[in-house]
Design a protein around this ligand. Structure first.
Ligand SMILES: Cc1cc2nc3c(=O)[nH]c(=O)nc-3n(C[C@H](O)[C@H](O)[C@H](O)COP(=O)(O)OP(=O)(O)OC[C@H]3O[C@@H](n4cnc5c(N)ncnc54)[C@H](O)[C@@H]3O)c2cc1C
Length: 466
């Protein structure tokens, strides 16, 4: 490997805060709101130009949220409903949201109301510290290179970027380092959904399905119509026998890999709050390692090619899609997993499946394991019973190698399969909320180490999500 040497440089310190949050995605939003509401000086640095991360920039415009979760996720959906005059919150545990409107709401909730400062277009590129303590982060933006000092730091980058740059221990993917396969999401507009539903009722070939991982989620045409009329979640999936039929009738219209890709997973989409457009979730990038920019580039390229092929099928063969167009593709790839920073405790699949309870619980959850196979073909969905929940302990959101580093969202300390259960949006927000609340308790008590938090006081603040 060829190397160049960097010269020593003097970098301006532009802020000194109580809690510095790297990444303003789902966990960063939760952390920022909770910390700032508790009156501590809070700064979020976000490389994109909006809050919400994968939820907004990645077009993950459907929040999974349990009936028992009354945290920031519920607040957000409630506010979207009030603004839109809809009742989508009632459709939990899967609630469609509008990613554009969500950007406005998050600006309001995080910056204007809670009072956190947010620097957009600002990437964390380095960490300064010694031993078990981080002193400052290096950020890069249109201003050039600058630094921010803080008492506590939170890695909410999804990819464990802050922990990685600080030298924290981490793991990636499964035993071979491959991640649950990612998806490039896209939205298709100008769709006549009622026409599709009516066609599905009168043409059995449209409803025929082969058993897929999503068969429990797929709804009948009548149920989808009812749900859409009542601001509820609607879910269309499979179409695999129909794809086979149309591909056979139209030789040469799709290449071999396009046919294989569509027949493996079928087409899966759901309604959106504003109607007449749908959110499509069916591309898959096989054998993905989330910690390499060449991999990321390959994945975006492959995702866009898949989007074009799936859309071509929809436009030409799905009734109601004749005048449809691609409204947008995610400006961020939908990454299910990359680096997981190692905490004082590594949350496991056994914890999920045995509904394990912990004394230092900070969040409860009910989501089961959902692994999107590394080859992109199958999805292992293990739904849990409805009457019990598992706990996530505080020890899994504090980095084991540091005294002042929190980790929340999909880079929290967990195993490959446990993360697949515990990475939903409202849940990442709740982990972030725990970071914000813990940071505030520590600052108000004058403590220097994340391990000195008053856990009972933290649990009291987390009561809406435990
Ligand atoms: C295809 C797919 C489908 C999904 N479906 C659902 C679903 O239906 N319902 C559901 O609830 N959940 C779903 N999820 C899960 C959920 O969307 C994610 O797990 C969750 O959004 C992760 O939140 P996070 O805060 O950890 O990361 P993110 O939301 O990704 O936020 C990380 C943020 O950090 C920023 N960042 C990264 N590096 C840097 C840096 N160096 N400097 C500055 N900023 C940085 C990013 O720009 C981003 O804004 C899905 C995920 C995927 C990929």
């Amino acid at each position: 490997m060829d190397y160049i040497k960097l010269q020593e440089r003097k970098i301006p310190v532009i802020a000194d805060v109580d809690l510095f949050i790297a990444g303003g995605g789902c966990a960063g939003v939760g952390a920022g709101i909770a910390a700032a509401r508790n009156g501590i000086r809070t700064l979020i640095a976000e490389r994109m130009f909006c809050l919400g991360g994968t939820m907004t920039s990645g077009l993950m415009s459907k929040i999974a949220i349990l009936e028992t979760n009354h945290g920031i996720g519920e607040e957000l959906i409630g506010r979207l409903d009030a603004y839109q005059k809809t009742n989508f919150l009632a459709s939990r545990h899967e609630v469609p949201i509008d990613p554009e409107l969500t950007k406005f709401m998050l600006d309001r909730m995080v910056i204007e109301e809670a009072g956190a400062e947010v620097l957009f277009g600002t990437t964390i590129t380095g960490v300064i510290g010694g031993g078990r303590s981080i002193d400052a982060v290096i950020i890069d933006s249109i201003n050039g290179t600058e630094a921010v000092r803080a008492n506590y730091f939170a890695d909410c980058t999804g990819d464990g970027q802050l922990g990685f740059k600080a030298g924290a221990s981490y793991t990636t993917g499964n035993d071979e380092g491959y991640s649950s396969s990612p998806t490039l999401m896209f939205r298709v507009a100008n769709v006549d959904i009622e026409k599709l539903i009516s066609a599905m009722e009168s043409r059995p070939e449209l409803c025929a399905s082969v058993k897929t991982a999503y068969s429990n989620h797929r709804l009948s045409p009548a149920q989808n119509r009812k749900n859409i009329a009542r601001d509820r979640y609607a879910h269309f999936a499979d179409f695999i026998p129909y794809i086979r039929q149309k591909v056979k009738e139209n030789p040469g219209m799709f290449s071999d890999w396009e046919v294989e890709m569509m027949q493996q997973r079928g087409i899966l989409f759901m309604n959106q709050p504003q109607g007449s457009h749908v959110l499509v979730n069916c591309t898959r990038i096989p054998y993905f390692k989330g910690n390499d920019n060449r991999e990321l580039s390959r994945a975006m390229l492959s995702g866009r090619k898949q989007v074009e092929a799936v859309f071509r099928f929809m436009k030409f063969f799905l009734p109601g899609f004749e005048r449809a167009f691609i409204m947008d593709t995610g400006s961020m790839l939908g990454i299910r997993e990359s680096r997981r920073i190692t905490g004082d405790y590594i949350f496991t699949e056994q914890d999920v499946e045995s509904y394990r309870k912990f004394d230092d619980v900070i969040v409860s959850n009910q989501g089961g394991v959902e692994i999107h196979a590394v080859d992109g073909k199958e999805t292992d969905i293990r739904e849990l019973g409805k009457n019990d929940c598992y706990h996530v302990p505080y020890r899994s959101i504090i980095a084991k190698d540091f005294d002042n580093l929190f980790i929340a969202g999909r880079c929290f300390s967990s195993s490959h399969s446990a993360l697949s259960a515990a990475r939903n949006i409202s849940y990442c927000m709740a982990l972030g909320q725990a970071v914000g609340n813990a940071g505030a308790l520590l600052i108000h008590a004058g403590k220097k180490n994340v391990r000195e938090v008053d856990i009972k006081a933290l649990q009291e603040k987390q009561r809406t999500v435990i």
